[in-house]
Design a protein around this ligand. Structure first.
Ligand code: ZN
Length: 705
């Protein structure tokens, strides 16, 4: 549930000054990635883009960007905001455009050909970015401006932007000597290669493993919706009339919840938790060890004790100590709660005549039964009220009521896959805001998880640029001609990613590198997690939780039971999350890394924490995609943001109205529209009138006291 935007470069130049090879140069002519896009809303012309277009397009865009940076650097005029920061902000438009198309496709609809391009381009882009960030002439100009910032008569946004540029350059190594800079460049390039390989390996493991369910015996316990999804997965793989479970979360998790075949649950769960360490070419353990070692070295070069110290210095949390304080203050209560939950599940096993200790692959199955027994609530009873269509409509309607946005689905516009849907987003009086793309169904060409990203970010520095935002999910599609029914969790995920989407759509800043979701990681989950709250607001449920067959609204009693069950299994959820966040933190807090044994490290850390035997980290290290991408030493961000989201939603509760106009207005101004134009804590205080308090989060998880 991450965001994938926020390339916060000041701009990037290149050390690669070789001309493009002749064969490639020919491809720049008529290359759809490079020309003007005369499509509706200047959407990328997806239909005419071929994988072979990317390498020459990147080469041309890099060259263009180099020229722009060289021009800024070569000036003899004394630095001003207008001749230094503004042109840096305007630079790299072609590169951003090509990168956005490429990386969105690489995540949401990849292929062997695109993966080959990705392996080649990732280190080149890293080298380019490093070269720009370490360009001594650029740094000299920014530093000069920075020192005179009090006398420059800048707007608040400009001043913050100048300070950020200075910080980004220093953090990239601009103050280092020549030798150290060269090593930083080497490390960044290698890290880009390794992270690409890591992600591709996880996807391969997910694609290649499958559990074929042969007949009624193997399907035992599975409700119709799970059977339908498994049939669909089999059909996608070309085995019609069969059922298949894959390692995508939307496939394997429901299977683990419902399959009464303990042996099959064990098989599926074991494979799922072993992604990235199945041995052979896709094994990520050595890659991880190298990544962690290189990050530790990088941090040292930059003057930090560890990569965690380096990474957090630029976040709201500031120090590993602050993160540990938050996570460990939740941990004991979560473990206690999980132990109580385990007792109850074990009891259920015994009552059913089972004679075994609860294992990790049993937890979801028995907790589903427990939920049913305690609250008369199971997935099968809620799914019919959450069709994909109604949940989308509810998310849109909430944005209409809070922020005055309207959504109109567009028919004939370019899209990168037939499943992608496109909406035009408008504000009051029909003003164009941007486009919203929804890509909801799982397919083998998509990496797992759910995320928001941008094909174009909002900015005003060179004309009014309207955002194109995408949400990507991995829902299992309903049977042919049937509605797609979502679990409560999936409905929440849709609201979550749509919250990120609004953060991109409502962005109202001048400069692209502080636009939308380009904010510190531990702030970026606030708009998304906060938005989840509106799914369960009674008036939203009343209007949108309509049974897909009977057309009747969800009975008040069922809504009541959902509310009561809210804290059910929170011990488990908190433990699997916090364990991942702490392992991430400790992994990156290592001051020095030599021949790291990833498995041994994970085991030892969990042992020290007192990890319950029956719970496995939500993401084990060899497939922990978050921390190999932008969330290194940052998985805690979800909980950090959760402190704020619980506290922020309380502002509406205190106002006595989940759609209170005055509160919504402040929320829009300071949070959803603000980008990174203000310090995040200042922005929060401007919205809430005070700093966030932790009590709301503990209450939300039922862990208070
Ligand atoms: Zn998120």
């Amino acid at each position: 549930m991450a965001t994938r935007t926020g390339k916060r470069g000041s701009g990037k130049a290149s050390i690669n000054r070789r001309a493009a090879a002749p064969a490639r140069r020919a491809l720049t002519r008529g290359n759809p990635l490079l020309g003007k896009w005369s499509t509706p809303f200047a959407l990328p012309p997806f239909e005419s883009i071929e994988p072979s277009h990317f390498a020459p397009a990147f080469a041309a865009a890099l060259k263009e960007h180099n020229a722009e940076i060289a021009k800024v650097a070569a000036q003899s005029a004394r630095p001003t905001f207008a001749n230094t920061i503004a042109p840096l902000e305007r630079s790299g438009r072609a590169l951003n455009r090509v990168s956005a198309v490429f990386f969105n496709l690489a995540g949401a609809h990849t292929s062997e050909a695109l993966q080959a391009v990705e392996r080649e381009i990732a280190p080149k882009l890293a080298a380019h970015e490093t070269a720009v960030m370490l360009n001594p002439k650029i740094f000299a100009r920014v530093e000069d401006l920075y020192k005179r910032r009090d006398r420059l008569r800048l707007t608040d946004e400009q001043r913050r932007l100048l300070e950020l540029h200075h910080t980004w350059l220093v953090r990239a190594g601009a103050k280092l000597g020549r030798k150290a800079k060269a090593r930083v460049a080497e490390i960044n390039e290698r890290l880009a290669t390794l992270a690409t390989q890591f992600g591709q390996n996880v996807l391969k493991d997910e694609q290649s493993w499958r559990l074929a369910l042969d007949g009624e015996r193997d399907l035992a316990g599975l409700p119709p919706s799970v059977r339908a999804a498994a049939a669909r997965a089999a059909a996608d793989m070309g085995v019609k009339g069969k059922h298949v479970v894959t390692l995508s979360r939307s496939s394997v998790e429901p299977f683990l919840q419902f399959s009464s075949r303990r042996d099959l649950r064990e098989q599926a769960f074991t494979a799922w938790t072993k992604r990235g360490e199945m041995g052979g070419a896709t094994d990520n353990r050595a890659i991880t060890a190298e990544i962690v070692a290189l990050r530790a070295e990088l941090a040292k070069l930059l003057g930090y004790d560890s990569y965690a110290d380096y990474s957090l210095d630029d976040a709201m949390a500031k120090t590993p100590g602050a993160v540990r304080h938050l996570l460990t203050s939740v941990w004991p209560a979560a473990v206690r709660r999980a132990a109580q939950e385990r007792e109850a599940l074990q009891e259920r096993v015994h009552v059913e005549g089972g004679n075994f200790e609860i294992a990790a692959w049993d937890w979801r199955y028995y907790s589903e039964k427990e939920r049913k027994a305690l609250y008369d609530l199971d997935e099968a009873s809620t799914r019919p009220y959450f069709t994909l269509e109604t949940v989308i409509a509810a998310a849109f309607d909430t944005a209409t009521r809070l922020f005055g946005l309207r959504f109109k689905e567009l028919g004939d516009v370019p899209r990168y896959h037939p499943d992608v849907r496109v909406w035009e987003v408008t504000a009051e009086r029909g003003t164009h805001v941007g486009l919203f793309l929804g890509d909801y169904f799982a397919r083998p060409s998509k990496r797992s998880g759910a995320w928001m990203s941008a094909f174009r970010s909002q900015a005003k520095v060179s004309g009014n640029v309207h955002p194109i935002i995408v949400n990507v999910m991995n829902f299992a599609r309903g049977e042919e001609g049937e509605e797609t029914l979502l679990s409560l969790d999936e409905a929440r995920t849709l609201f979550h990613e749509f919250g990120h989407g609004l953060h991109g759509l409502l962005s109202n800043v001048t400069y692209p590198s502080i636009s939308g979701t380009s904010v510190p990681r531990d702030f970026v989950e606030l708009p998304s997690q906060l938005y989840e709250h509106w799914l369960m607001v009674p008036e939203v449920l009343q209007r949108f939780a309509i049974h897909y067959r009977t057309g009747k609204p969800m009975p008040a009693k069922l809504a009541q039971r959902i509310k009561k069950a809210r804290n059910f299994n929170q011990g488990f959820s908190t433990v699997e999350y916090v364990a991942s966040a702490l392992v991430d933190m400790e992994l990156h807090a290592l001051p020095e890394v030599k021949e790291l044994d990833v498995n041994a490290f994970e085991r030892a850390t969990l042992k020290r924490l007192g990890m319950p035997r029956e719970i496995v980290m939500r993401h084990r290290i060899p497939h922990f995609l978050h921390i190999m991408g932008g969330y290194a030493a940052g998985y805690y961000s979800y909980m950090w943001s959760e402190v704020m989201d619980a506290d922020a939603f309380a502002a509406f509760e205190e106002a006595g109205d989940a759609f209170d106009p005055a509160t919504a207005k402040r929320l829009k101004t300071y949070i959803y529209s603000g980008g990174n134009a203000r310090d995040p804590l200042e922005a929060y205080v401007a919205f809430r009138g005070r700093a966030p308090e932790i009590a709301g989060m503990l209450k939300k998880r039922g862990l208070e006291g």
